[in-house]
Design a protein around this ligand. Sequence first.
Ligand SMILES: *Cc1c(COP(=O)(O)O)cnc(C)c1O
Length: 393
Amino acid sequence: MTLDKRLGQRFLPYGANYLDWDDMSELRHAIEHRVLFRYQTESESVASLLERRAARALSAPHVLAVHNATEALRLALISTRPRVGDLVHIPAVTFVAVAGAVLSSGLVPVPVDVDEDLCLDASLLPPGARRVIVAHMEGAVAPLPASVPYVVEDCAQAFGARFPDGRHAGTRGYAGVFSFHHNKVLTSGEGGLLVTGDRAAWEVMRRYHDHGSSRVPGHYPTWADDAHYGENFVTSEEVAAIQAQQLRHLPEILAGLERHHTIALEEAPARPDMRVLPRAEGDVKVSVRFRLESRELRDAAVAALTQRSLPYWTLDKYFLPQHPVLAGRRSLYADGFPWHLAPADQPRSLSRDGFARTRDLLDRTLCLPLSPELPEEEQVLAAKALRHVLESV
Ligand SMILES: *Cc1c(COP(=O)(O)O)cnc(C)c1O
């Protein structure tokens, strides 16, 4: 198969390339144990093993495995004991799951402009902002706003990223959420982790995620007199087993991305109208991001890549102010819950120019995936092929 063809077939599922029957000891253990419910036995479950390893890998004090990052976001928000209708500031550029998690928690999302790097522009936040979700999009570590009591870091696209001070993304805010969805750095199909440095918050999260109970592993759940209601976000052993396998490969994936990113920069097209967006040292290099001079040029590059069946993506899909759910304040509830609870005297979005600049930045951005699993020679060939296509536009 030609390299073009192989590259064309791959589309971001980085972790999926590392799934291998010869390397599934955790899954084998879970199946041989014949217990797929994490709280069935008193001995350490695979889910607890995963949480322990993730805590070590991320230097995160407390970790809770759940079904996906959207649930993790909900759990983080609800654990702050908000009032229904409270506002949550979110980036104007992120996956709609962020808004969905806010709304399904009875809270109202307020999109905020992003800066040149597509990170939430904290200088627009009002002085009294209490809850802010910051998304580390495309592995790019976003700065966190100061003096906000509850900053939730959305690390769904940034497993393994680090702040300039060396601390892991997800561990500096009130809570951090991670995703194992197929399209992320690590995959178990679906899956999520919630991390926090706050022991009391972790205990609230843990109770809520298991029907509000204070369950002791190996026993039927029990409820304290002051128990609150909860839901069921408890993960399964076989899923945790695959996540544990994926987590073992994280250093290798990060190194492979790093190497391919360096090569791609060396082979960047030599033209002033296609600028590579710089990445910080601690970013996960999930892509090479270009900012083109115009939308027309970006679309021409997209057409050229499509014609060659080469993989790329754009970020237009993440523009939330125009998403039907936000633009139309949509809800399944007959009374429009929770949109109708938003305080009338607060702005519904925060932008200097009606999101014109944010829109323009997205229109001119193009992302090219990297292939951590390829040997170096093939990474060089891939980078040269892309350069050739981009220079011919
Ligand atoms: C994928 C993604 C989510 C949702 O993650 P799931 O695990 O699929 O629920 C949330 N935020 C961002 C930025 C994402 O990319």
